[in-house]
Design a protein around this ligand. Sequence first.
Ligand code: AMP
Length: 285
Amino acid sequence: MKIISTAKELKEQVKLLKLSPLGFVPTMGALHNGHISLVINARRKCPLIVVSIYVNPTQFNDKEDLKNYPRTIEADLDLLNKHLRKEDIVFIPYDKEVYPTEDKRIFGFGNLDNVMESLHRPGHFNGVGLVVSRLFDIVRPDMAFFGLKDFQQVAVIKSLVRKLKFGVKIIACPIVREPDGLAMSSRNRLLEKDIRKRAPVIFKTISRAAEMFGENDVPGIKKFVKSTIEKEEGFRIEYFEIVDDIDLIPIKNKRGIKKGKHYFGCIAVKAGKIRLIDNIEIPLA
Ligand code: AMP
């Protein structure tokens, strides 16, 4: 694999290789098997892959979170080396490559700005939109691979692609979990030992919530999720919502269900000092 840090060199290299479709996997590093699953999905379709590693300052609404975000570049490169071919590219841009000048665009993602992550991380998705649009401009991929772990982000990216008319196909990939069910995340390594041990309660509880949907209505399920998780010392729910996968409109009760749509239970939990998110599809039949 080649390691490249400037937009100019990346563009030249891609042009030279003439391999298509070009697959793109954007990451913030601290890589784990969730990220690698995106690379594996890309490999199935793309003879050339660009993986970017860039901790994007504009998507952090919390300065401490940005400061503490894990940075493990050597280990990241070792891991990628096991999965990429010699022509594939790891793009580790300097700040000035992504943001040559201050990017002041405000996108507006409609209802996506008014639910779940957007309410708890103001400005986060605008920052995601800034970095992804800049990276798409530089890389010019045919396909880009994103994890359903960040469920709302996938909807935001699809909306961004429509808004800015990028000719890129967005491929959403399933969540990869630890053996005990916890969704893999770069932030898991920041969890205190005792909190990490009990963190599987999150997936266990939303899995139970999905099963309960047959016999229970939304308010009862929300109550169950909150009380079960908050029984654990140090765990606090920011939200648990059941939403459709297009507009992400939370349903208040089963009468809100629209035929032909898919619904997901989405959760954000503060586990000790660390914020974790997860989601699960709700079977309707
Ligand atoms: P990040 O480095 O956290 O910005 O994540 C980069 C990409 O990896 C995003 O598209 C995430 O949704 C995806 N990702 C992170 N964790 C997982 C996981 N456990 N399973 C699948 N995809 C993931």
